[in-house]
Design a protein around this ligand. Structure first.
Ligand code: IPE
Ligand code: IPE
Ligand code: MG
Length: 252
């Protein structure tokens, strides 16, 4: 009988601990949509005397970690800037290298897709990418299309201005009335809520043509941490600071 009593005490304690954790989670609910400008790969490599390519490879690893963390915290949408329409200005060798990193990342992601169940989408003009990359993009979108958990939006050859011009062009050919809603429906991000938070690593305090329409009321966070060094802990800190911000949307 004593054993049974002890057993019940332990179980009821466990239930209490579980309840407490649940209320903690809901008290600091993570932002629904997190967007990240993953900057600082090149400087991270230079600091270590490594080629910039090593920075991009390390950056891909950080992305994997941070995406997993966001998924575990219950973030619904994660949008990341991987390659901008302006990044074509870089030396051909570096562009090739970034594309290689992307190919390797997608090949692995496709391999673990059933296990990870992350829905993948791409924002940007993918027509300009290599055939191999386009094939990987199509495959990862098709394979993950039915998943209903976290959604990752990878911005590749993405620019906010070209997204807006493209949307205007599409709206014109649709003959729909011009409204904010009709316009939004033509963006890459159609159907996805605007980012609650935009984080930029690497110390620059600018948007560099990222999500120009969608960022209207995003909370902005800038950190000097170079992207490969960005940690789950730092993200937790940013989420805590986000929870304390007062979002007024123009009201009082
Ligand atoms: C961000 O890191 C990755 C891409 C733009 C593809 P950078 O390559 O811009 O790194 P820094 O800013 O030169 O350190
Ligand atoms: C922004 O970083 C683009 C990505 C992170 C993909 P950049 O390094 O290209 O931005 P600038 O040139 O410092 O504005
Ligand atoms: Mg940079």
């Amino acid at each position: 009988l004593r054993f049974r009593q002890r057993f019940f005490t332990i179980i009821s304690r466990l239930i209490k601990v579980k309840r407490r954790n649940q209320t903690n989670v809901s008290a600091a609910a993570p932002p629904a949509h997190v967007a990240v400008i993953m900057d600082g790969n090149g400087r991270w490599a230079r600091k270590r005397g490594l080629p910039r390519s090593a920075g991009h490879a390390a950056g891909a690893e950080t992305f994997r970690r941070i995406a997993t963390h966001c998924k575990n915290l219950g973030v619904k949408h994660l949008t990341v800037y991987a390659f901008s329409t302006e990044n074509w200005k870089r030396p051909a060798e570096e562009i090739e290298n970034i594309m290689d990193v992307l190919e390797r990342y997608l090949t692995e992601a496709i391999g673990t897709m059933e296990r990870d169940r992350v829905k993948m989408r791409f924002f940007g003009d993918t027509a300009m990418l290599s055939e191999k990359l386009r094939r990987l993009i199509a495959e990862s979108e098709a394979l993950s299309d039915s998943f209903d958990g976290v959604e990752v939006h990878l911005c590749v050859n993405y620019g906010g201005r070209s997204e807006i011009v493209r949307a205007a062009e599409r709206l014109r050919s649709s003959n729909d009335e011009i409204t904010a809603e009709a316009f939004e429906a033509q963006l890459y991000s159609a159907g996805i809520p605007d980012p609650d938070i935009i984080i930029r690593t690497g110390g620059e305090t600018r948007l560099s043509n990222f999500l120009l329409w969608q960022s209207a009321y995003s909370e902005l966070f800038f950190t000097d941490t170079l992207w490969p060094d960005f940690s789950e802990r730092e993200l937790d800190g940013i989420f805590a600071a986000f929870a304390a911000r007062d979002r007024r949307y123009g009201g009082v």
